[in-house]
Design a protein around this ligand. Sequence first.
Ligand code: NAI
Length: 582
Amino acid sequence: MNMSTVNSAGVDLQVFTYGDEKKQPIVLVHGYPDNHSVWEPVAKLLADKYFVITYDVRGAGGSDVPRKQADFRMALLSADLKAVVESCIGERAFHLVGHDWGSIQSWESVTADGPLKQRILSYTTISGPCLDHMGYWLRKRTLNLSASAKAKVFKQALSSWYIGFFHLPVLAPSAWQGGLDKLWPKYLKHREQVEEPEANPTQGKDGKHGVQLYRANFRNKLINPEERHAACPVQLIVPTRDNYVGTQLFEDLHYWVDELYRRDINANHWVPLSHPEKIAAWIEEFVSGVDKGKMSGALQHARVRPERRKLPLYGKTAVITGAGSGIGRATAFKLAEAGADLVCVDINDEAAERTAELSRLLGASAWSRKVDVGSAQAMQRLAKWVEKELGGADIVINNAGIGMAGGVLDTSTQDWDRILKVNLWGVIHGSRLFAQQMVDAHRSGHIINVASAAAFAPNRKLAAYSTSKAAVYMLSECLRGELADQDIGVTAICPGFVATGIASNTVYTGMSDEEQAAKRAKADALYQRRNFSPDEVAEAILKAVLTNPALSLVGAEAWTTRLLSRFAPALSRRVARIDITP
Ligand code: NAI
């Protein structure tokens, strides 16, 4: 780390840099009542790849303390940032990160027309709204007579009590001299979950003079906000247990920022100290996405798309197996229209990518993965990829399946293996791996397993297929019981005959290739004549995700077989003796 002093219109600022100055610069701006040291853990993690610059803002740490309140105005704080970057990197462009007041004041440089706006390549903002945006947010909510809008203002006012306190003369500054500075590390440890907060030798000074930031800017900005738009991509990191800055303050941010990414972290306000690895990783991922012109999957998923915000599955990630055709593809489109982002999985990668591509046209972020659902390793890799890239799945549709016709005696061991691997093991892997992730992350979710009307319909010529589907149905019922307490829904979907590609791919055991081809053609013609669309199954799947029934029967055949097996089992057994294959 190197230390230097930079003069900004008569105020000396202490500046700290980490890493090689030839690398891409990132400037980290601290908040209140901190100084540059709040960024030290993050700066050290970023220093390998970037030239990291931090500084003590005026009034804090080793920087000068201007005498007048007006000397803490926003425009001067922005001029300080300009002086610091000019001294460290000349005219080069840079990435900017702010926490708390560092974020509030950085918004000024990011949004105000001036020399810095075009030089800021990206902005990561943590727990510090733009005061102008906040002014408009307040106006809109206070003019809006709805009870929920008023409640939001009231909630924010409650968590912002300290701002009023900072406006009190004498009392607030003297609190820092009356011992609050000594108590501060304990406060960070017990209230803010910072594991080992280090004592800050200038804590009293940082706390005492920093209140001027609030006094010089809050009133004026909130009463007379200006329209302020950002020119660069913005990553908004929201600690969801923040005791000071309510998440509601960011609901209108997409109005001011065209390219906005939002990431929530289950943490308190001081995330640079409590979660430095996570914060450094997110900064690096965002900065490198901006530099390369291509965002990671996780960031594409985190992109705020206001036009989709009202959709029922907005923000959810759905994994769909067998998404390259039939029911899987129709389900992908239905969930995309309902707001979900998708991972389209299929053994046929071109078909999966085509589904993803078409889903993107419907507004979803969508990825495709080539996976054989019957392979435990491949499914494990898929689950890891989803967890790492997209933060895990909220909805899993275990749909991939193959058809097989033939009796128990005609079906070879290899054929049994083949169908059970896809139809049963595929569902077992998908259910276990993704349910475990949901449980570990305390995330609610939904698992949909596509079984079939055949689950209730014994037939002499559909032995392996019906067995696999009956097992999927029972697996789903068991899993539902197991996960009910974890707020994870499980549904078995049982469609009847659906016009998809399945009939023309069904294996007819114990037959020559020619005989199989003839059977497939006949079966396919029957399915097409029945003309029951996979859209109807997709609609039932969407409904199941929203309402969580244990079982969803789709189509007349499904209802008939279910009712027969429950209320007329003897008749169902007689039907089982008939060869239903064409
Ligand atoms: P489809 O043949 O149109 O689609 C199945 C998809 O699964 C294909 O894209 C295929 O490439 C993929 N797939 C096959 N094996 C795979 C594997 N090992 N790993 C990954 N992907 C694999 O069939 P359809 O009709 O859309 O079937 C979907 C599910 O619905 C299946 O589980 C099927 O048993 C079930 N179903 C279908 C009915 C129908 O009448 N079409 C009726 C009841 C249930």
